[in-house]
Design a protein. Structure first.
Length: 339
């Protein structure tokens, strides 16, 4: 027993230290949330007579079923019963193997539900006025389509299981999927990313991303703010999963933090406003060419994260709400970041 508990204790201690501060106790924060598995009812439908059974699904899932059929499967009111049977029934038949794979992976969904629930406890701790979702709904939609999303008006946190079947799932390699989700994206299609994606959706609802013409350095800090807050909502989650790197890539980024920053300085990138160039550094990508083949993309977000960490170390009384409302330029100038 000691050999099992001790490594776990050490790993949690190291994670706590790595995230930079003591983790608050949120165990007494009550979260009422239930999980419904829409995909089980959906794939139980008779694919030859699905139009009639859609009525039952809408009765059981009044808000989500409408979202699923109209926005995810993109059915329309002009479709006849015959059209629906062919189209929706065809999807059920074509995706039966995806459903079967999901049933194997998520035979017990409890660990994922508990991790989300704990994340929501941290949300309420840091953002007490925020209304957290009351229902988790799992579903299976087109692999090349929408994954996890938040329908905040209905209190629904929706989880597309088709995006969590393991990075080596065969369908992820299909050309029509690769056009939307290339390997560097589908590498994150693991079950362990369910809570990460869920909390990202919550964070986006709390603090919607702004589409502006700020220079690259400000965009980097904005991304860093999000990663910092995400690390507080999921304090026990490995850092590399928060940013979508591999563990090795994250380790090497820390080892080469000064080199990464020098790249931005030497190439006069910090004040650049070109959206195409900015996108290269603050969105998922296969690599950062200037740093070599092994360097991950989204390197500007990593640097912005380190800037925000330094800012919060210097200003330890600043709350997460205050951090999000603080101007990116103010944060950058305050830190005088130079690793």
């Amino acid at each position: 027993m000691v050999r099992i508990i001790a490594p776990l204790f050490i790993s949690l201690f190291l994670i706590s230290c790595h995230h930079g501060s003591k983790i608050p106790d949120v165990s007494n924060i009550k979260i009422d949330i239930t999980t419904q598995h829409f995909e089980q009812d959906f794939f139980a439908c008779d694919s030859a007579n699905v139009s009639n059974q859609m009525v039952q699904l809408r009765a059981k899932y009044p808000a989500f079923a409408d979202i699923f059929f109209s926005q995810i499967l993109e059915t329309g009111p002009q479709m006849t019963a015959t059209d629906l049977n062919v189209y929706v029934g065809g999807f059920i038949n074509a995706y039966k193997h995806v459903y079967d794979t999901a049933e194997l992976h998520f035979k017990d969904f409890t660990p994922y539900e508990e991790e989300i629930k704990q994340g929501l406890q941290f949300v309420k701790y840091y953002f007490p006025a925020y209304k957290v979702p009351s229902t988790i709904i799992t579903y299976i939609g087109p692999v090349e389509g929408t994954g996890n999303f938040l329908a905040s008006d209905y209190g629904i946190l929706a989880i597309g299981l088709q995006h969590h079947l393991g990075k080596d799932f065969s369908l992820y390699k299909a050309s029509f999927v690769q056009e939307t989700y290339p390997d560097y994206v589908s590498a994150q299609f693991e079950p362990s990313y369910i809570s990460v994606n869920s909390m990202k959706n919550i964070l986006n609802d709390i603090y919607p991303e702004k589409d502006n013409d700020d220079p690259l350095v400000n965009r980097m800090v904005e991304k860093g703010k999000r990663l910092y807050v995400l690390s507080k909502l999921l304090p026990y989650k490995e850092e590399y999963k928060l940013i979508g790197y591999t563990e090795k890539q994250t380790k090497e980024c820390y080892e080469n933090e000064a080199k990464i920053w020098d790249m931005f300085i030497q190439n006069n990138l910090l004040q650049i406003n070109d959206p195409d160039i900015i996108k290269k550094y603050v969105e998922d990508g296969p690599k950062t060419v200037e740093l070599g083949e092994g360097a991950p993309g989204n390197i500007g977000s990593f640097a912005g994260w380190q800037i925000v960490k330094k800012y919060m170390q210097k200003n330890d009384k600043v709350t997460l709400q205050q951090l999000l409302s603080t101007d990116a330029e103010t944060i950058f100038q305050d830190t005088r970041y130079k690793p």
